[in-house]
Ligand binder design. Sequence first.
Ligand code: NAD
Ligand code: UDP
Ligand code: UDP
Length: 319
Amino acid sequence: MGLGSTRKTVLVTGAAGFLGSHLVDRLLAEGFEVVGLDNLMTGDLANLEQATRDCHFHFETGDVRNPLGVYAELVFNLACPASPVHYQHDPVQTTKTSVHGAINMLGLAKRTKAKIFQASTSEVYGDPEVHPQTEDYWGHVNPIGRRSCYDEGKRCAETLFFDYRRQHNLRIKVARIFNTYGPRMHPNDGRVVSNFIVQALKNEPITIYGDGSQTRSFCFVEDLIEGFVRLMGSPDELAGPVNLGNPGEFTIKELAEKVIDMTGSTSKLTYEPLPTDDPTQRRPNITLAHSQLGWEPTINLEAGLAMTIGYFEELLRRR
Ligand code: NAD
Ligand code: UDP
Ligand code: UDP
């Protein structure tokens, strides 16, 4: 895989979260010594059930807003609440997690001479006027709205990553992640895929915000993690940012109908107000990832939804 996995130590922040836990499993399978850090704000130790059975995994409860003294040769910085409901719950702390968290993890990488990866986001493009979004697009972000704590926090984190590269020669990798879904999503975090699947499985109304004509592109988690590993293993010159996402684009109404169809649910659609600054369209241009990493998603929406529906069916049965 090009990461040179002979028991190198990797730090993953946000390890107990949806993406973090899948990344931890993948890195353990690749033969790394993995330190997982999380403050368990939105994460769940149950996501690390498989990892904790591996003697090469070490979990630490901790917060990226505070200085951290661990040793690592590779750092994946994923710690940050990711769903609008979670990140708007305590917006000041969201910004601190992105900004202070980036400073601390960059400081750690500087001290240990680690290569460091930042989980950035398509939200840096805001409500985009360029479609599909390419990495050279600077974005259209409201700096003072309800989503700003997340969007601007992540933008500032990107700034810090590139300044540590220019100023301290740090080896950095910045991925701009587009909407990703799959098993281990939090059932109540308010994101659209988990909401719709849980609502459909319970035969409850499917809550469409606005008229459902806004679009998103949905990437299955396994594809995304493959992109993370390839980007981290790529030559140092490739700092990014690199878009990682599935270019298939669907309206939210189409997603609702697909979920109802695939679950055989009796749920009906209900319409609720559109949250402020909700982007009207989003779709990645992945030419850069394809040409530099040979990466493209392999799992289409139906296949990914089927696996995710299976996960939530099991979760609801156990509850
Ligand atoms: P998640 O909420 O499941 O995971 C985030 C994890 O970070 C949780 O385990 C949480 O407890 C932890 N965390 C939050 N604040 C922390 C802090 N201050 N210190 C230590 N740990 C902290 O979300 P996710 O979907 O797994 O997202 C992971 C990362 O990927 C985030 O940085 C997010 O912004 C980014 N991202 C995700 C998506 C997506 O579609 N899932 C899209 C774009 C970007
Ligand atoms: N830091 C950290 N772990 C380390 C090294 C640094 O958390 O192993 C933190 C440190 O507390 C500092 C931040 O990272 O606040 C930035 O460190 P850097 O050395 O870049 O900046 P400076 O300390 O010179 O401001
Ligand atoms: N959305 C929706 N119903 C829901 C949850 C979300 O219609 O129950 C919409 C939301 O308004 C947005 C899209 O689905 O247009 C994606 O929302 P999500 O919170 O998953 O991610 P983001 O807005 O950050 O892309």
